[in-house]
Design a protein around this ligand. Sequence first.
Ligand code: CP3
Length: 354
Amino acid sequence: MTELKNDRFLRALLKEPVDVTPVWMMRQAGRYLPEYRASRAKAGDFMGLCTNPERACEVTLQPLERYPLDAAILFSDILTIPDAMGLGLYFETGEGPKFRKPVRTAADINALKVINPEQDLPYVTGAVRTIRRELNGRVPLIGFSGSPWTLATYMIEGGSSRDFRQAKQMLYNQPEQMHQLLDILADSVIAYLNAQILAGAQAVQIFDTWGGALSHQAYQEFSLRYMKKIVQGLLRENEGRRVPVILFTKGGGQWLELMADTGAEALGLDWTTDIGLARQRVGQRVALQGNMDPTILYASPSRIREEVGNILKSYGQGSGHVFNLGHGITPEVDPEHAGAFIRAVHDLSAEFHR
Ligand code: CP3
C-alpha cells in the first residue's frame, strides 16, 4: 500500500489539523480544459472516456497536472447505474443525457434489479484501480454516486428536466411505486460505492443535485431518508483509514441539521448558504465543503482571490473546511482563472490554521 503524500483533504473531512485548507473542484476534469476536449475527441465521445479505464484515468489526472489540487475525483458519471439497469443511456451533443427506455409504469419498476457493480460496471471499478495506481499516493481519490432521488428524476423523465413533472407526478400519485424505485436505487448505490471503496476510493460523495427541487416534507421522505440508508450501508474504513462520506444536496442549505443526522462526515454547500452561518448551525458534527459561486470564475483573478478570502474568513479559524465550488465548473471558464482560484485558497488559508 502506497503512503499518501498529501492527506489534507481527508484530514479536513475528519476535522483534524491541516497546514492550509484543501481544495478541489466539482467537474474538475471537463470541457473547460483543452486537453480534456482533445482526449474526448480521441475517444469519440464522453461515454468512450468513462468506459475505458486507461482513458478515464488520463482525464482524471489532467487537472492535477495543471493545478496543485488536494484530491482527484473518479472520471465517470452518476448515470452509469441506470445504464447498467438497462435504460440505454446516450448523450446527444449539446443536449445532455437521455435514456432510450425511461421508467414510467409499475411494470417498468418491477423489472428493475439491484446492480452488481463488479459484474455490471467493471469499467468503473477498473478505472478506480487504474487511477489509484497512477496517482501513486499523490492525493486521495474520491468516488461518487448520484442520490436515489436524483437518479430517479433522470430515469423517469428520460433525461434532464426543468420542472420534474413526471417524477413528481409519480411521487404524489403513486408514492409506494416511487418508494419501490428509490429502494432499488439505494441498494444499488450502496453496492456501487462499496465496490468503489474496495477498489481504492478513499472518500465518497453523494450528489443529490435535485434534492433542492423537493418540498420540505418530500425532501425528507423521498431523498434524505434514502441517503441515510446509504450512509448506514457503506464501508466506513478501508486500508486502515476512515473513508469519509460527503453529502451534497444542491439547494439544501435549509436542511443541514437533518443532513448531519445521517452520519455523514461532511456536507457539501452550494453558494446560496453562508458557510460561517452553516458552521454555527452544524457545530462540531460535520465538516463543510464549498462553496464559491462557480460563475465567479468568469470574474478577474483579483476578484476571484477576494471572494476566496471572504469565504475563508466566513468559515473562520480551524480545520473542517474543504474548499470547493458550490457546483460544477462550467465549460466556458478560462483555465487560468481556475488556477488563480486554487492558488488563492492555499495562499490565503494558512493564517486560519495557526
Ligand atoms: O467532477 C468530476 O470531474 C468527475 C466527473 C463527473 C461527471 N459527471 C463528468 C461529466 C461527475 C462527478 C459527474 C456527476 C453528475 N453527472 C451529476 C451530479 C453532479 C452535478 O453536476 O450536479 C449529474 C446530474 C450528472 C448527469 C450529467 N452528466 C449531465 C446532466 C450531463 C450533461 C451536462 C453537461 O455539462 O453537459 C453529464 C455529462 C458529463 N458528465 C460531462 C462530464 C465531464 C460532460 C460531457 C462532455 O464531455 O460532453
